[in-house]
Design a binder for this molecule. Structure first.
Ligand SMILES: [Zn+2]
Length: 557
């Protein structure tokens, strides 16, 4: 209901803007068509970017003669990419990578409603997707899919689906990880609720992270969603979207992909090889989230308190308590003890101003630390969240003729990046991966450009990093895509999400000589000193939708 009401409210605001854009675009034709205006009704208004209107005049998306057209939708803070390759007898082959966004990050920032984007995808593809790839189970990558029967994707056919091995119903490690994640989420929701009771202003950031994990928008839904997810993971909102895709593609054509296992191909596309580089089939690497030392771009620091982990995970509690158990007393017992009441206060007695001056007059709650661990809930939420980011399916699409590579990494973080070259099963991957990255001409920037999803380094670093990408003759074409709405991200309370991290944005901008797309930014400009020829070649392959719904970018084979 809330979502619908919001949609209506933004509709009128948005349609004004569309009207203006339309006038501009069709200015020349207006005079000629004026007489036919009555009959035509509103059919002369092309695809409104927001408001959920039917995409009536959308042409099907056409790939270049050889190569790919990559469409980056501008639908809020999240990922939705439509790729068009040339298929048999010239038929376009359509690949969709993710479709999700953070609620609140679209229309208020001049961006399209998700329903508008999905009907546009349907119209652009003749309601037919050859392949759907889901990188990982986060709201901002899957909530566009929705539930079968009430989904905007209902009319759209999907022939094949690719997920990471972490979604496999039979992989033992995947099953164990899901169980653990379910337990931790339940504990986190409980901690969140206790913290909200103690300090309602302290949970904003946790709520954003929980809504990402659980796929629901309001805190009142968290507990039920976490319980449901634990009991039957397939019923979570994020999983329902993934189920819609699995059902459409069918069991036979739903694949759970392990890295470095086999050469993958896109059904119906010749001359393109797909390499899966991650996620690692290794629980330790999946937990390895933050760049260390020189792997990090400057400008971000993170801390982590083990006490919170101890509080919600008894199995590690013993190792993380500040005192031996025999020196500790449970809270309930302590509050009944006269000694503790006398020296540490009684929480049944109202706090008085004197309590702060006089050492133990009445209930000086500052002497008690039993709720302190709750304030680490935030860090726990962040850790869970990053754990799922690390399950991102990382794909490198390689054109056999030109050797160019497109690198889509979802939200992969440190352990995932590192595993690309250190696969346990095969240790000969370093040369292959170094080579694939060197030939990368399009990098889908990890996790909206955050500090932990693009590794810093040098060309001779012994781990994959940004510097490895776009080397030699591929430098002049290196381009990056950032799926961020910066102003929305900076409003996340109480701790803003710095997406993209300025130092990463700058590094990308410098490396790509200005060839950086960002969802919330309509303009592209050649930086001073950048090659004019390279820039003109680039802009010749770019189309910015005048209605603001997407960027199209061609990579020629
Ligand atoms: Zn994301």
């Amino acid at each position: 209901m809330a979502r619908k009401a919001k949609k209506k409210a933004t509709k009128s605001r948005k349609s004004k803007k569309v009207g203006k854009a339309t006038k501009k675009a069709t200015g020349k034709k207006t005079a000629k068509k004026r007489s036919a205006k009555k009959e035509a009704g509103n059919s002369s208004v092309p695809n409104p970017p927001a408001g959920g209107g039917a995409a009536a005049h959308v042409p099907t998306m056409q790939p270049p003669a050889s190569g790919v057209k990559v469409r980056m939708y501008r639908h809020g803070h999240g990922d939705c990419f439509l790729l068009a390759f040339r298929g048999p007898a010239g038929r376009p082959v359509y690949v969709l990578i993710d479709c999700g966004y953070k609620p609140g990050s679209n229309v208020d920032y001049g961006l399209a409603e998700i329903s508008t984007v999905i009907s546009h995808i349907g119209a652009s593809t003749g309601n037919h997707l050859d392949l759907v790839v889901v990188t990982h189970e986060h709201q901002d990558h899957v909530n566009g899919f929705g539930k079968t029967g009430s989904s905007d994707f209902d009319p759209i056919a999907m022939d094949e689906a690719w997920f990471a091995w972490t979604e496999s119903p039979t992989d033992k490690l995947a099953i164990e990880l899901r169980r653990r994640h379910g337990d931790q989420l339940l504990g986190l929701v409980e901690a969140r609720n206790q913290l909200a009771a103690a300090d309602p202003g302290a949970v904003g950031y946790i709520d954003e992270l929980l809504s990402l994990e659980l796929g629901v928008d309001t805190p009142a839904q968290f507990a039920a969603a976490a319980k449901e997810k634990k009991k039957d993971p397939e019923k979570s909102v994020n999983k329902q979207g993934m189920k819609l895709i699995k059902d459409k593609a069918g069991k036979e054509r739903t694949r759970y992909i392990l890295p470095h296992q086999e050469g993958l191909t896109i059904p119906g596309v010749d001359g393109v090889r797909v390499y899966a580089l991650g996620p690692p089939h290794d629980a330790d690497l999946l937990k390895d989230e933050n760049p260390q030392g020189s792997e990090a771009f400057p400008g971000h620091g993170i801390s982590m308190r083990a006490s919170f982990l101890a509080a919600i995970d008894p199995s590690i509690a013993a190792d993380n308590q500040p005192f031996y158990e025999r020196f500790a007393m449970p809270w309930d017992e302590a509050r009944r003890s006269e000694f503790f009441k006398r020296h540490y206060g009684d929480d049944k007695v109202a706090v008085t101003a004197a309590a702060y001056a006089d050492e133990c007059a009445a209930n000086p709650e500052w002497r008690r630390i039993e709720k302190d661990w709750l304030f680490s809930a935030e860090e726990m939420a962040l850790m869970l969240n990053k754990g799922i980011n690390n399950t991102s399916l990382v794909l490198a699409f390689e054109f056999e003729a030109s050797k160019k590579v497109l690198l889509f990494i979802g939200d992969a973080q440190r352990g995932n990046w590192k595993s690309w070259t250190t696969s346990k099963k095969k240790n000969d991957k370093i040369d292959l991966v170094r080579d694939l990255l060197a030939r990368t001409v399009l990098y889908k920037v990890g996790h909206h450009g955050s500090h932990n999803a693009t590794l810093n380094g040098a060309t001779d670093s012994d781990y994959p990093c940004l510097a490895w990408m776009g080397q030699g003759k591929f430098t002049s074409e290196f381009t990056a895509m950032i799926t961020a709405v910066n102003k929305w991200a900076l409003k996340v309370k109480p701790k803003p999400w710095v997406h993209p991290l300025p130092s990463i944005k700058t590094a990308l901008h410098d490396k790509a000589e200005g060839r950086v797309f960002q969802i919330d930014t309509s303009t592209l400009a050649r930086p001073d000193g950048a090659s004019v020829d390279d820039w003109n070649d680039f802009m010749g392959r770019v189309h910015i939708d005048p209605a603001g719904l997407y960027f199209d970018y061609e990579v020629h084979n």
